[in-house]
Design a protein around this ligand. Structure first.
Ligand code: ADP
Ligand code: MG
Length: 372
């Protein structure tokens, strides 16, 4: 797993509150976390106490001035080619509420993030290859909120279920898949979908995001030269904006909020448990059971963590002293994830696989018609 850390700038509010920075990013790889109390004590006197600093090294560390494009180019761009060839990949943004996850993945309309930049790159690559291959691109966008899966593209209260399919792996039954033809199509879809996310006020943040949002891009590629016997490569890219990782204790949750808190922790906790078990197995060569089945998120991500997917984690952190605890936790979490290795293989299906899929659909429709 490639692990990157991104620090956002101090916000206006944090500057008004006279927060100070406790993070240094160095050499595009190192993150140094300083103890806020030590920094305060050292002001104007002895200089800071190095022994209280914590240092972490990552594949990439991005400071507050790093543009969206640079994040994309270093973390995600290299995955696009693989998707066209039938490999799976996953990129997820981790971090406390307000640390910059949504900014990194979705971004703003004037400054779009990883999701849009990925699709833009995909369309560029497709144009280059269109003489040799037929491509089909579909996207789906869902959220997991309170351990319930909802479609973000087709708005409905319906709760969707996970299915395990022999050929396709884990899928979400009834989830809409939309064919997209241009980056503009995608832009509208993303911002529309994001507005449909469940957001509620909590003690920690006015619009704390308590849901995990998952964009999946599925690309089917068929070599034009190979005629009707061709194999079809199916690549799947999952781009994930996780719910806030802050501890429930900090948010003064009560009642329903408390239940939600427990569920968010359940998915994130179980993500952490899976990461720990995987790291243990890799370091010690042990064969611990990986508890993927403990939450919806980890079931969906099963293939991405220890399995058949190139995986990137972008850990988002705030630079201010008030965020010390959250930032420390995020850095420890990301540091552990560095040890996970995945092994990828191409997903290829022959045309018969697709023909049989459509034959089934046609038979089903026929039987529906005959019962009318
Ligand atoms: P999260 O999704 O982790 O809760 P957001 O992405 O919503 O956090 O970020 C919180 C605020 O900080 C938003 O107003 C966002 O625009 C701003 N922000 C986050 N990251 C950056 C960045 N790298 N540069 C500038 N502003 C940022
Ligand atoms: Mg968010």
């Amino acid at each position: 797993m490639i692990v990157a850390v991104r620090m956002r700038p101090l916000s206006k509010k944090e500057i008004e509150r006279e927060e100070f920075e406790i993070i240094r990013v160095m050499d595009k790889k190192l993150v140094i976390l300083m103890d806020p109390l030590e920094l305060l004590n050292a002001k104007g006197t002895l200089g800071r106490n190095r022994s209280k600093e914590k240092q972490y090294a990552f594949d990439f560390a991005f400071d507050q001035d790093t543009p969206q494009k640079e994040i994309f180019e270093n973390t995600t761009r290299h995955l696009v080619e693989g998707i066209l060839e039938g490999y799976n990949a996953t990129v997820f943004a981790y971090g406390a509420t307000g640390a910059g996850k949504t900014y990194t993945m979705l971004g703003t309309e004037s400054n779009p993030g990883n999701m849009f930049l990925t699709l833009q790159e995909l369309f560029i690559k497709l144009k280059e290859q269109k003489n040799n291959y037929n491509y089909d691109i579909r996207v789906s966008f869902l959220e997991i909120y309170n351990e319930m899966i909802r479609d973000l593209i087709v708005v409905s209260d319906e709760v969707l279920d996970l299915r395990e399919d022999k050929d396709k792996g884990i899928t979400v039954a009834g989830l809409s898949e939309v064919e997209v033809d241009s980056p503009q199509d995608v832009m509208e879809l993303l911002f529309f979908g994001n507005q449909n996310r469940t957001q509620e006020a909590t003690g920690a943040n006015e619009t704390s995001s308590r849901s995990h949002a998952i964009l999946q891009i599925i690309v089917e590629a068929k070599d034009k030269a190979s005629g009707t016997t061709a194999e079809i490569a199916v690549g799947k890219l999952s781009l994930i904006d996780l719910a806030g990782s802050e501890r429930a204790a900090k948010t003064n949750n009560r009642g329903i909020r408390m239940i939600e808190g427990a569920n968010i922790n359940r998915s994130l906790l179980s993500l952490g448990n899976c990461i720990n078990a995987l790291v243990d197995n890799m370091k010690k060569g042990s064969k611990n059971h990986i508890p993927y089945r403990d939450s919806k998120l980890t079931r969906l991500l099963k293939d991405s963590l220890g399995g058949n997917s190139r995986t990137v984690m972008i850990a988002n952190i705030s630079p201010g002293n008030d965020s010390y605890e959250d930032t420390h936790n995020t850095l420890k979490y990301a540091n552990r994830a560095k040890n996970i290795k995945t092994s990828v293989k191409k997903n290829v299906h022959n045309v018969e696989y697709h023909v049989s899929k459509y034959t089934n659909i046609i038979n089903q429709l026929k039987s529906e018609v005959s019962t009318l």
